[in-house]
Design a protein around this ligand. Sequence first.
Ligand SMILES: [Zn+2]
Length: 79
Amino acid sequence: MRNATRYIDPVCGIEVDPSTAAATTCYNGIELYFCAESCRRRFEAAPQDFVVSERKGFWRRYLERLHKATGGKPPTCGH
Ligand SMILES: [Zn+2]
């Protein structure tokens, strides 16, 4: 049985299958998958909007979801 790893679009929060992801980017050593090119553009235009604590732990929750979704092995990049 194939391990269907799913990642999460940090912009809209939906689960993204990496094989069908519309766009990816590298942020802080983590590979991020997006459901659409427009989501990637929104993230890259202002990554801090999605990462800073003003979003009430959004990024921390995102990483927790990502760790859960990927069995503790979030996709890394840029190393
Ligand atoms: Zn999206």
